[in-house]
Design a protein around this ligand. Structure first.
Ligand SMILES: [Zn+2]
Ligand SMILES: [Zn+2]
Length: 198
């Protein structure tokens, strides 16, 4: 018997729902029809992955968005004061550009973004690291890694955290709990994937 109070439901059509009821606020839905995986976190953050390897981090509170497309190019949608449309920043291996709402293009020298002090993005050669309030997302840029990512969700009042590891290409995810140095596997999809080491 598991000690934690997480729940998972598998539906006949292959859809799946995983929900954590204690310590941290995590809800994961998997949709068999298109292979989409949606992770819902506190504060209006929604993370979507697709078998194409596309990753999206929606900030519903501010309507801002980060996208990593199947090629690993990152798009940041940023609100601009007094503008109806958002600025779009695009980052690939060769650097960044910003498209302003008026259509003008600016070349960016810094690949990293600070939305606010708790919401930052750092891009390195092998990965993109998103630090958001209450969680981190690390998206691999390695060619043969299936768009793999890890999401770490923290509990601020304790040293408990959850790690969700996802291979979007193979529609696999698993969840581990950490309590200090102790780790415990909580949930695992029985599907083969050579990318993730469990
Ligand atoms: Zn659990
Ligand atoms: Zn895989």
């Amino acid at each position: 018997m598991k000690e934690c109070k997480c729940e998972s439901i598998r539906y006949q059509n292959g859809d799946l729902q995983y929900c954590c009821l204690t310590d941290v606020n995590v809800n994961i839905c998997y949709f068999e029809e298109n292979g989409q995986l949606t992770v819902i976190l506190a504060g209006g953050f929604i993370i979507n992955t697709f078998p194409s390897k596309q990753l999206e981090i929606h900030r519903t509170a501010t309507n801002e968005l980060s996208v990593v497309d199947p090629n690993g190019t990152r798009f940041e949608y940023l609100n601009v004061p007094n503008e109806e449309k958002q600025a779009i920043e695009m980052f690939d291996k060769n650097g960044g550009r910003r498209k302003n709402p008026d259509g003008s293009i600016v070349t960016l020298e810094d690949m990293n973004i600070i939305r606010d002090e708790n919401d930052t993005v750092e891009q390195i050669d092998s990965a993109i690291l998103f630090s958001c309030p209450g969680f981190y997302v690390s998206r691999s840029l390695r060619k043969d890694f299936g768009g793999g990512l890890t999401i770490r969700v923290k509990n601020n009042e304790s040293n408990k955290s959850w790690k969700i590891t996802v291979c979007p290409e193979h529609r696999v995810f698993y969840v581990k709990h950490y309590n200090g140095t102790q780790e415990k596997r909580c949930f695992h999809i029985d599907r083969r994937c050579g990318h993730l080491q469990n």
